[in-house]
Ligand binder design. Sequence first.
Ligand SMILES: Cc1cc2nc3c(=O)[nH]c(=O)nc-3n(C[C@H](O)[C@H](O)[C@H](O)COP(=O)(O)OP(=O)(O)OC[C@H]3O[C@@H](n4cnc5c(N)ncnc54)[C@H](O)[C@@H]3O)c2cc1C
Length: 564
Amino acid sequence: MVKTKAIMIGAGLANMAAAVYLIQEAHWQGDKITFYAIDDHGSNDGDEAVHAKDDYWNQNHPTENHLGFIARGGRMLNYRTYVDLMDLLGRIPSATETGMTAAEDTHEFDAKHRTFDKARLLEGGKGIINGGKLGLNNKDRALLTKLIMMPDDQEERLDNVTIAEYFKDDPHMFQTNFWYMWETTFAFRIQSSGQELRRYMHQMIYEFTQIEHLVGVNRTRYNQFESIMLPLINYLKQQGCTFILNRRVTDWHFKQTPLQDEITVTGLVMTNTLTDEEETVDVDEQTAVMFTNGSITDSATIGDLTTPAAENMDYGAASSLWKKATEHFYNLGNPDKFFADRNASEWVSFTLTTKNHLLLNEITRITTQVPGNALNSFLSTQPITALGQKDVNMSIVVHHQPHFTTQKPNETVIWGYFLYPRRKGEFVEKPYIEMNGREMAEELIGQLSKVDPGPGNIMTKKTAIMDSIINNIPCYMPYASALFNNRAKSDRPKVIPDHSTNLAFTGEFAEQPYQMVFTEQSAVRSGEIAAYHFTGIPASKLVKNPRYDKDLKTLAKATKKLFS
Ligand SMILES: Cc1cc2nc3c(=O)[nH]c(=O)nc-3n(C[C@H](O)[C@H](O)[C@H](O)COP(=O)(O)OP(=O)(O)OC[C@H]3O[C@@H](n4cnc5c(N)ncnc54)[C@H](O)[C@@H]3O)c2cc1C
């Protein structure tokens, strides 16, 4: 079972992490590792728009304005629970800070720029509201406590139970500050998985006590491509790993066996996305294949200031290949649970670049905090949910500036998102998904105007702010929340499925104990597990994860918080 070579399908964080552990813990030469992938950033993108426009998913959706920057998402890290990620970053040099590891780089930046959110929730007519008052009643508390107390070995009780179903007799839960903060910090919806909510309540229990200030959130110095992926790419290339990009792996060759349950990959079929030519790569018995079987940014498209992001109906590169594997074997999960319900998973985000600090200073005035400290969510003043309740309209993250190393002096970059793209704007009368960048900026200014404490409402500066915009790039991500979709435990393949001799599943759509999805942490851990498995390193050597959910002091603090 011990392997001497590896093929990586997908060059995202999970597989790059696997490669680092193969090199450093199993002492492989880098040239034994080959990546086949569409691109070398996966979800962790971050670039000048002029480069991003040529990405695989954007090629068929031309835009006119290629100025400014784009990052489809922004990442909040949490050192306390992201122990595998921090272990990984401690093993590679920073791409921007000479003499530091990527972990030291992030620690140093973060120590000087602590997150302390003063305006986590804002509401029209009220301004900043006190999110620290969670607003839970006894029924909410009882149901949350039940989740916190449910042990790991009983989580299958929540197989196929949505959050809405779990709280079916308690719609009050979805009108609490707790829920507004929880849904927008982590991107849960009421139709998301109850099982995953249980995992979050366990792994994030420590942060629960300080959620209104996001005190536990740590951030990288720059966007995650430059601060996380680039250090990995530089290191792996220097070690001799081969990156073959512009390849979409489309099919498998598996060994035929009498019982048909042995999973042994013997070949991969792929398309060269530049030439459309098909290629087959043989896989021998010495080779492990590590496959990231789902990507939440697959099929994501971008627009620009005057163009909305188009809807790309592609099933996704990762999920299509995963589906092909499930046609051969019965124990590899159900990709449709995650990738056939866009209504449950889609988001629209935007990356706004301005030539000066005007908008930034207005946001600072309104939220009373400097850039880099916060995630601000705007609550509706009218009912907007299917249950006839109020909810968050949109959220923004004002990064510490600069967020990209190539930003010009005074240029600013702001990121924001709409969790429900089919809802209509309040200031621009159309669904967010149909808005271009200009309209999204207008909607943002409108939302800010509703919570502006004055004197002098931001609306009076609207023309100047709009004139300051270099570009605002909408991004439609059909699968952004797919990993939260309602599921049973068996819907995701194990990192090492039963009867697999050389195939591992990595990333957020692989089942591994305890870890929660939508985290750089679980992606890294899956790669580490795969690397250790195929090199005979015992699982006991994996990075130790703290269990705050079993720590009495933490539990006591969380209980107290439930009553605030
Ligand atoms: C908007 C947004 C916000 C986020 N916020 C946070 C946050 O606050 N905190 C946090 O910790 N995490 C956050 N994340 C999640 C984090 O980015 C992911 O958990 C992580 O990047 C997953 O890494 P991965 O390697 O598993 O997958 P990916 O980064 O998706 O990489 C997998 C790559 O493999 C490629 N691939 C797969 N199959 C094939 C194939 N057949 N052929 C060719 N290529 C293939 C895919 O196309 C993809 O490029 C966020 C993500 C998004 C999109």
